[in-house]
Design a protein around this ligand. Structure first.
Ligand code: FAD
Length: 382
């Protein structure tokens, strides 16, 4: 191991970019390898809860995100047909006071761009698809599709649901299709019409077998987003997403409230995404390799906490490196898993069941979590 361990992060998604920023802040020697040639602003929104905002504060992008995002006063759950309120969860100022930071909804591309821009020049290389990784004992050798090879002392697999690093640790196994598709569309906020409710800044419409979540993705409330969960039995895993259409949306949401129909009418472009899961993994690390985010606990997005878990993982991993020293990487990885697995598995389970905030419940355990101050637990002896 070099004097200052060289840390490679595979994947510059939300989890990998956050991990790299936090590590660089702590003085580590970090390089990020991302397979994509470039990132674009794809049509999707994302919730960013106070549990994540506290980490973004440390990265230095909390204020910028607060300026970009929408700050809903509450989360509403509504009945699919009548629009009756099933639950109203206070957010807005209440979230700042009770959970220590704001609750935002924002365009995913804008959020990702802020995280990427927070990285120092030269820390990230695009177009680097990791094809093979070899833990040589004293260092790790990484092979990329462009024929290049790089070396590091520690490799963090932040490479998403089809993680190459997970495969190295546990063998090839495709993720499980969860039996649901998510339609996603971002479009200009349409005017409200007679018979409709005004657009709630953050609302989930529920029937027994499907839902539609809607929220603004800008502070100006000029762009709206919806994301659905619709049961569809079969899906070919070779496609992560496919184009969808207004007609398909009308079929899936026939008879739903006029406000939902207005959202479908206003749709310009809609895509449908397969929802993928894995059972909790038997290990999160081995030797010099460690996983975070969707690479180790992909989940249905029904709690809107998948990226949140990836970013919390990143912050906890950095905390554990500081706690025991990155040169003791296996100790740090054990401490990290001991302090993340239970929470990530709980969020994965509730996301699977799709019960989160359907009725009034206290979300403090999730939103109030502070990864920097939560007391650490020791790993169980193996
Ligand atoms: P990813 O974001 O998947 O990033 C992985 C990165 O690794 C990618 O950039 C990829 O190109 C790169 N990569 C992959 N393989 C390689 C390789 N071999 N070599 C180099 N690079 C590689 N989460 C929330 O918190 N809130 C929400 O509101 C929310 N809504 C969602 C809605 C939908 C429909 C879906 C599908 C998910 C949603 N999520 C949400 C979940 C969230 O998107 C994921 O949990 C999150 O993106 C995981 O981040 P990650 O960094 O672990 O992985």
């Amino acid at each position: 191991m070099s004097a200052t361990p060289r840390i490679a992060v595979i994947g510059a998604g939300l989890g990998g970019a956050a991990a790299a920023s936090l590590l660089i802040q702590e003085g580590f020697d970090v390089h990020v390898y991302e397979q994509a040639p470039v990132f674009s602003r794809q049509g999707a929104g994302i919730h960013v809860g106070p549990n994540v905002m506290k980490i973004l504060r440390r990265i230095g992008i909390e204020d910028a995100l607060n300026e970009q995002g929408s700050h809903p006063e509450s989360w509403h759950s509504r009945h699919w047909e009548t629009g009756d309120i099933l639950a109203q969860i206070p957010l807005g100022d209440y979230a700042v006071k009770e959970y220590g930071a704001s609750y935002l909804t924002v365009h995913r591309g804008d959020f990702h761009a802020l995280l990427i821009d927070a990285l120092p020049d030269g820390a990230l290389t695009y177009g680097k698809l990791l094809t093979k990784v070899e833990d040589l004992g004293n260092e790790v050798r990484m092979h990329f599709a462009d024929g290049t090879v790089a070396h590091a002392d520690i490799v963090i697999g932040a490479d998403g649901v089809n993680s190459r690093i997970r495969e190295e640790l546990l063998g090839p196994e495709p993720p499980k299709y969860a039996g649901y598709l998510a339609h996603r569309a971002v479009f200009t906020t349409p005017p409200t019409k007679a018979g409709m409710l005004p657009f709630d800044p953050c609302v989930k419409w529920w029937s027994d077998d499907r839902h539609m979540m809607t929220y603004f993705v800008t502070a100006k409330a000029d762009e709206l987003y919806y994301v659905t969960g619709v049961p569809v039995e079969q899906w070919d895993l070779k496609d992560r997403w496919l184009p969808s259409s207004k007609e398909e949306m009308r079929d899936a949401f026939r008879g739903w409230h006029p406000t939902v129909q207005a959202l479908i009418d206003a749709t310009v472009e809609v895509t449908k995404w397969s929802l993928l899961e894995r059972d909790p993994l038997p290990l999160w690390s081995r030797g010099r390799l460690v996983l975070l985010g969707d690479a180790c606990h992909p989940m249905k997005p029904h709690m809107a906490q998948g990226a949140a878990m990836a970013i919390e993982d990143a912050a906890m991993l950095v905390r554990c490196f500081k706690e025991v020293g990155a040169e003791h990487h296996e100790l740090a990885f054990g401490l990290y898993e001991a302090n993340r697995a239970e929470r990530a598995s709980k969020v994965q389970r509730i996301s699977h069941d799709n019960t989160w905030l359907r009725t009034n419940e206290d979300p403090a355990w999730c939103f109030g979590y502070d990864v920097f101050s939560v007391p650490l637990v020791d790993p169980q002896p193996k």
